[in-house]
Write a protein of this length. Structure first.
Length: 357
């Protein structure tokens, strides 16, 4: 196994791993450890090139640093990507090699699940490294993080409704959810409990069928393009990133955007375009922090109620971000970034880089 380090203008550390025996090719990007060891998921994805994988790791790790800061966690931000199709190359041998790779980082990066990885994968990684969370419930882990992720998104949605309409009551509001996987499906449950009208779409027909079977009043549309062009009060992207492109920003009919997907903006200027059109955007790394709050709590012996109580604070954080943006005349993303950076910069001197004690 070999590792190399690539300096980055803004990241503390970027580490590459190549283990030909297992087929492991991975990158860990650590953006900041000012608040503590970096915490972020492991994404297992068939990237088209190493450059695409590196770009994803760099972007996601920065978002994790901001997310953890705004969530009040004593963790910096990082992200790992494993290059390859998990359906064909994921093996216990590869995952254990990845665990040994993590062990070599000496506790500076703690990982959990992301796209392409599940709690049972983390169980295998944990055979080689202690720096793993998001494990199976029967292994002492927190299990499915989708529940608290959706709960946090729901709290953010309620806060945005209060900011926009003067009340956080979502009864009668029309909510469009793109992606009904583990987060979107839970969000449907919460929205229906509120008495909201729910419209959904997903690229996996079986996922749509499952939701509609459980909630016959939920309506499905063909695709995300049809959803964003339909009249909505709230649009909730809950699938992969890049949901908010220039075209979507121009045609979106919703008054609020608040969803669980990571990296929703194709580029930073999208936030400005949404603001110009009078659409309230809730930065994804503010509202979808419930999952990372859950896996962080696992490090202390998981308590669902304790983690949920912390995730409930997403309501106030979202409201603060939106009110600050309005007061300062900036976009919600700018307001959120400033708040996150303020907390990270409060740590001074050598303590801004976390090392094992």
């Amino acid at each position: 196994m070999s590792t190399t380090h690539l300096p980055s203008a803004s990241h503390e550390q970027v580490t590459f791993c190549n283990d030909p025996e297992s087929g492991l090719r991975a990158i860990v990007a650590i953006y900041s450890t000012a608040l503590g060891p970096a915490l972020g998921g492991t994404r297992f994805f068939p990237y088209g090139s190493d450059g695409e994988a590196l770009t994803d790791a760099l972007n996601l790790s920065k978002a994790m640093a901001y997310k953890n800061s705004l969530a009040g966690l004593d963790h910096g931000g990082g992200k790992a990507v494993i290059i390859g199709d998990p359906a064909t190359v994921k093996t216990d041998q590869l995952l254990r090699a990845y665990g040994r790779f993590l062990r070599g980082l000496a506790g500076r990066y703690i990982t959990a699940c992301d796209v392409g990885t599940v709690p049972t994968d983390m169980d295998v990684v944990a055979l080689e490294s202690d720096d793993v969370t998001g494990r199976s419930a029967d292994k002492g882990g927190a299990g499915n993080s989708g529940v608290l992720t959706a709960f946090g998104v729901h709290e953010g949605m309620r806060a945005a409704a209060r900011h926009r309409w003067g009340s956080d009551d979502l009864r009668g509001r029309r909510i469009g959810i793109a992606g009904v996987g583990k987060v979107g499906r839970e969000l449907v449950e919460l929205a229906r409990r509120d008495g909201a009208e729910v419209v959904i779409t997903d690229v996996v027909p079986a996922a749509v069928e499952q939701v509609v079977a459980a909630h016959p009043t939920v309506r499905a549309v063909d695709d995300a393009d049809a959803l964003v062009r339909s009249p909505l009060d709230v649009y909730a992207p809950c699938a992969l990133g890049g949901a908010l492109s220039d075209e979507v920003a121009d045609v979106l009919q919703a008054e609020i955007v608040c969803g669980g997907a990571n990296n929703q903006l194709v580029h930073d200027r999208i936030d400005n375009r949404l603001a110009q059109r009078g659409i309230t955007y809730c930065p994804d790394y503010v509202v979808n922090a419930g999952g990372v709050i859950q896996v962080a709590d696992e490090r202390n012996g998981f308590s669902f109620e304790r983690a949920k109580a912390k995730a409930a604070k997403i309501y106030e954080t979202t409201l603060t971000v939106l009110e600050t943006a309005a007061k300062d005349g900036v976009t919600p993303t700018e307001a959120a970034d400033r708040l996150a950076e303020r907390r990270m910069s409060s740590v001074t001197g050598l303590d801004r880089i976390w090392v094992p004690r």
